[in-house]
Design a protein around this ligand. Sequence first.
Ligand SMILES: *Cc1c(COP(=O)(O)O)cnc(C)c1O
Length: 406
Amino acid sequence: MSAEHATPHLSTREYIELEERYGAHNYHPLDLVIERGEGVWVHDVEGRKYMDCLSAYSAVNQGHCHPRILETLREQAAKVTLTSRAFRNDQLPHLYKALRDISGLSRALPMNSGAEACETAIKLARKWGHTVKGIPEDRAEVIVFENNFHGRTISLISFSSEPRYRKGFGPFTPGFTVVPYDDVEALRRAITPNTCAVLMEPIQAEAGVLIPKDGYLKQVAALCRENKVLFMVDEIQTGLGRTGKMFAFQHEDVRPDAIVVGKALSGGFYPVSAVMADDEVMGVLQPGEHGSTYGGNPLGCAVARTALDVLRDEKLVERSATLGQAFLARLKTLQSPHIVEVRGRGMMVGIELDIPARPACEALMAEGMLCKETHDFVIRLTPPLVVTQEELDWAFERVKKVIEAL
Ligand SMILES: *Cc1c(COP(=O)(O)O)cnc(C)c1O
């Protein structure tokens, strides 16, 4: 490497200054600069070490820089990385098979970001609504839920109920009905003959780990079936083991018509997302009607397949269930007048406070633990699923110290 290409070593303050000067200010990160990660741990440029309890919003369920995924990335990067879908590649069919195996849905459509996959699901639903259900063209409605998070594109923020995500970004995309979450009757009232789909997070993670009542998903699925409406779940954050099942909808005995995945599908190495659905839904797309230059590229497909293999071979879904349950039980014993609720499923825990959670996250950072407040009042704890019991014990002591000092 020539000298001018070597990355200069700057201090935390200098990196932050550069970022503030030259970047868009669309995030408010904690003030540390990470240069390296391994498993559940990350290291900053000052040589400090932290336990990552955000896991890049659950994209690194397999842990940072998982050696097997890294090996696949290296091998595939040296073979071929991008063919475009103008040609076929030898990696995509293997990913299709792997996605079919985990979902039971017969087909998949690969994209890159989670937002793109959600957009894809909506396009599929609208087209299915018109061509299969017989909804008049341009009249299809998709029902979504208050406090949803599906991504940042214009169409996805069009039905956000979070003012910050929307303000100033209009005009918005029509065709969405927003109803309260965890309220079957509200959903029933919102369904019309033009409803083509319900798009739902089985647990609302960004909203602050909001878990619906037992039986809700089942009732929603039944309502969808009765009305010939597609039941589509966004499992981008809740899926791939995070909540103690491969998919969060599996906590109830339902079978969605479409599943959207992203984030941990690549274990944090590379953006890979996908929509899975059966023939009747996926079959509405004809050549030329939808696509993505990078979607389904061989590098992403190879990485995703190994990322899924790691989930299976290291029993990360089972670990999430058992270690997560014990972690949650311990966190529920925390004593603080500021705790409103401690809730969670698998290795996704939210501690809701009656005061802003940011100072607690900053105090946790000082203790060597990285968390990010969500929706201002909730500390979300979502360590990589490779976390050990000893590491969780360590984390618990930190959380206890910080919370009980609030
Ligand atoms: C992160 C997330 C998305 C958006 O994914 P991006 O890759 O950031 O576009 C969509 N839905 C849910 C539930 C998410 O957590």
